[in-house]
Design a protein around this ligand. Structure first.
Ligand SMILES: Nc1ncnc2c1ncn2[C@@H]1O[C@H](COP(=O)(O)OP(=O)(O)OP(=O)(O)O)[C@@H](O)[C@H]1O
Ligand SMILES: [Mg+2]
Length: 390
């Protein structure tokens, strides 16, 4: 196959070109007249060429979908599922964040993909079954079309687990009660007709009020971590690496480091063992890049089949949820450079907020002892005892 190329746009302006190299890698090159700075942390514009030896550069790999949406998109566009660039050439016009991938010969040559479930012309990463949607005048959420707004992400239950939507809604709600509403993505739940199921609807924070694109980069992109076999690359890092990213790239490093510390503890309290590199991102704000609100918060410890080890290593090792205690986080706070007083205050504040938020996870009186809420609360209660009590 001849080497392919793609135009790379930043906020809908042509910033450079991506080409496949004869050696089987890819190279992103800024256009000579691009003067609007870095399009991503891993592509500092001071260097005009960014080469990747094998396959598609990880920054672009991570724009593409995983699981269900990858299958849908590959099938609708007649692209093999493994062809990351092929998928982006068809669906990369509107990605999470501010970077777009377009065929070099303009949109006229694109096959007309109309299947609603494939989110034509757009893509979003992640494993879970999801669609980009928009809200119509009757407040119904419908699949985004190729052009026009796509302000929300709808996430569905999986075939195997029918409580994911409920779980994520409760986990997000509890997390927001502990950390503050502004720390967590806005969300609701709603029935989506084309799929015939209820979804968790997250409001995208990488789009402005008029749909304008804001830079949003996940930590796998920032570290240029290849997605790897079976998408395991996002687990191959340490929480200390995320702290280092924040120190290096956030315009409010000290504040964001403390926000990250709080967030990581609360994720652990809520039994979320899937807080991997792609579940932490930096978001463009008026002042510059900041840690984005939290998203994809799920009490994975509820599911026996799910690995109950924290997604990334901490203090040099992978730690099982039940071994993640007070001392581990106290040491972690110190290691990432937080003053002891800030760590003390964090624990004190979390204890207070957890007590105030208890009613959110209280099981309804009619629920059986092995019901969803009972199990959810038991996991949270146990984690709180281990982590918040000294
Ligand atoms: N509220 C939001 N605003 C903007 N982008 C978001 C938002 N929520 C999620 N994203 C982006 O969409 C991607 C996929 O979403 P999410 O992590 O919720 O899906 P997932 O399939 O559960 O992921 P995973 O593969 O981690 O299980 C995220 O990695 C992030 O880039
Ligand atoms: Mg995710």
């Amino acid at each position: 196959m001849a080497e392919r190329s793609a135009n790379i746009l930043f906020k809908d302006e042509l910033a450079g070109i991506l080409i496949e190299t004869v050696n089987g890698g890819t190279r992103f090159t800024y256009h000579s007249n691009w003067s609007k700075g870095d399009i991503a942390c891993c592509f500092p514009a001071i260097r005009r060429e960014h080469e990747w030896a094998i396959g598609l550069h990880p920054f672009f790999q991570h724009l593409g979908p995983e699981g269900w949406l990858r299958e849908e998109q590959a099938r609708s566009a007649h692209v093999v599922e493994e062809d990351d660039l092929g998928l982006l050439l068809r669906y990369g016009a509107d990605c999470i964040g501010a970077v777009s991938v377009l065929p070099p010969d303009a949109a006229g040559s694109l096959p007309d993909i109309t299947e609603a479930t494939a989110t034509p012309g757009r893509t979003v990463s992640g494993v879970q079954k999801k669609l980009l949607v928009t809200r119509d005048e009757n407040n119904r959420y419908t699949p985004a079309t190729a052009i026009g707004p796509a302000s929300y992400i709808a996430k569905f239950n999986s075939d195997r687990i029918d409580s994911l939507v409920r779980n994520e809604a409760l986990s997000l709600r509890w997390t927001a009660a502990i950390l503050g509403e502004q720390e967590v993505t806005k969300f609701t739940t709603s029935f989506i007709e084309v799929i015939g199921e209820t979804a968790l609807i997250a409001t995208r924070f990488d789009r402005g009020p008029n749909g304008e694109k804001l830079r949003l980069e996940d930590c796998a992109q920032i570290l240029s971590k290849p997605k790897g076999q079976d998408y395991a690359g996002k687990y191959d890092a340490a929480y200390e690496d995320i702290a280092a990213i924040i120190r290096q790239h956030s315009v409010r490093g000290t504040i964001d480091l403390l926000r990250f510390f709080n967030r990581l503890i609360v994720f652990t309290l809520v039994g979320n063992c899937d807080a991997h590199l792609k579940n932490f991102s930096l978001l463009e704000t008026g002042a510059g890049l900041r840690l984005s609100p939290a998203y994809d918060v799920v009490n994975t410890a509820l599911y026996d089949g799910f690995d109950q080890t924290l997604a990334l290593s901490i203090g040099g090792q992978k730690v099982h949820l039940e071994a993640a205690g007070h001392d581990l986080f106290r040491r972690f706070g110190k290691d990432i450079g937080l003053p002891e007083r800030a760590v003390d205050l964090t624990f004190a504040q979390l204890r207070r907020r957890v007590a105030q938020a208890e009613k959110i996870i209280m099981p309804p009186p009619a629920e059986q002892a092995d019901g969803f809420r009972h199990k959810f609360k038991e996991i949270v209660d146990n984690s709180c005892l281990r982590i918040l009590e000294t």
